[in-house]
Design a protein around this ligand. Structure first.
Ligand code: GRF
Length: 202
C-alpha cells in the first residue's frame, strides 16, 4: 500500500511511521510512505522526509486565489503520488470538497484528544483548561466536519496535576505515535469498511 503523509510541524508521527516501516520492512508492515506534503515550508516534518530520501511537496494557502483552488491543488499534489491511503499526521488545515471527493474514505487523521471531546486546533490545551482527568488521542477517518469522522481507534492518557500543555502533549504523542503506526498498518494489511460511524477492519 502507498501512503502519502501530510504534516505541518515537527513530524514525529511521520517519523514513527518511517521508523516502523524501516524496522519491519514494507512487506511485513503492508505499506510504504511514497511522499510527504505540507502546508508550509521550513518545518522539521519536511526535513525528516528529505532525510529519508522521500519526495516532498508544499501547498500553501496563500499561493492560491481561493481556498477552493488550494484544496484542488493539494488534492492534485497528493494524487500525483497515487496513494492508497492518505495520513494527516499533525496537518493543520481543513481540507475541502475536492480533496474529500478524491480521498474521502481513505484519509485518516490523528487528533490529540478523545473525540468527540476537544476537537479543533487546541485539543490538548482545551482538555487541560477544562480540568479533564483523562484525555488521549483519536485516529479517525476524515469527513467534511472538523475532527468528526468515524473513529478507528483511541488511546487514553492520564492528566497530571503538574501538567502544562507541552508536557501533556508530549505524553499524548507517545501513545499517539504507537496508535497511528498500529492503525495505519492494520488498514494497509487488511481491507476495511466504513458503515455509518463504524469502521470494520476485515
Ligand atoms: C500531533 O499530536 C497531532 O495529533 C496534532 O499535532 C501533533 C503533531 O505532532 N495535530 P508531529 O508534527 O507529528 O510531531
Amino acid at each position: 500500500r502507498r501512503l502519502v503523509v501530510l504534516v505541518s510541524g515537527s513530524g514525529t508521527n511521520l517519523q514513527a511511521l518511517l521508523d516502523e516501516i524501516a524496522a519491519t520492512g514494507t512487506e511485513a508492515y503492508g505499506a510504504e510512505v511514497v511522499a510527504v506534503g505540507a502546508d508550509r515550508e521550513g518545518i522539521e516534518g519536511l526535513a525528516r522526509a528529505e532525510r529519508a530520501g522521500l519526495p516532498t511537496f508544499v501547498c500553501r494557502v496563500k499561493d492560491h486565489a481561493t481556498r477552493e483552488e488550494w484544496d484542488a491543488a493539494l488534492a492534485g499534489a497528493v494524487a500525483a503520488h497515487e496513494p492508497d491511503l492518505v495520513v494527516s499526521a499533525g496537518f493543520m488545515k481543513i481540507v475541502g470538497k475536492e480533496f474529500l471527493a478524491r480521498f474521502g474514505g481513505r484519509f485518516v487523521n490523528t487528533h490529540p484528544a478523545l473525540l468527540p471531546s476537544f476537537p479543533g486546533a487546541h485539543g490538548v490545551r482545551d482538555a487541560l483548561a477544562y480540568g479533564a482527568k483523562v484525555t488521549g488521542c483519536t485516529v479517525h477517518f476524515v469527513d467534511d466536519g472538523v475532527d468528526t469522522g468515524p473513529i478507528i481507534a483511541q488511546g487514553v492518557v492520564e492528566v497530571r496535576d503538574e501538567d502544562d500543555e507541552s508536557a501533556l502533549h508530549e505524553r499524548i504523542k507517545e501513545v499517539e505515535r504507537r496508535l497511528l503506526v498500529e492503525v495505519v498498518g492494520l488498514l494497509a494489511r487488511n481491507g476495511y469498511r466504513i458503515e455509518g460511524r463504524k469502521v470494520v477492519i476485515q
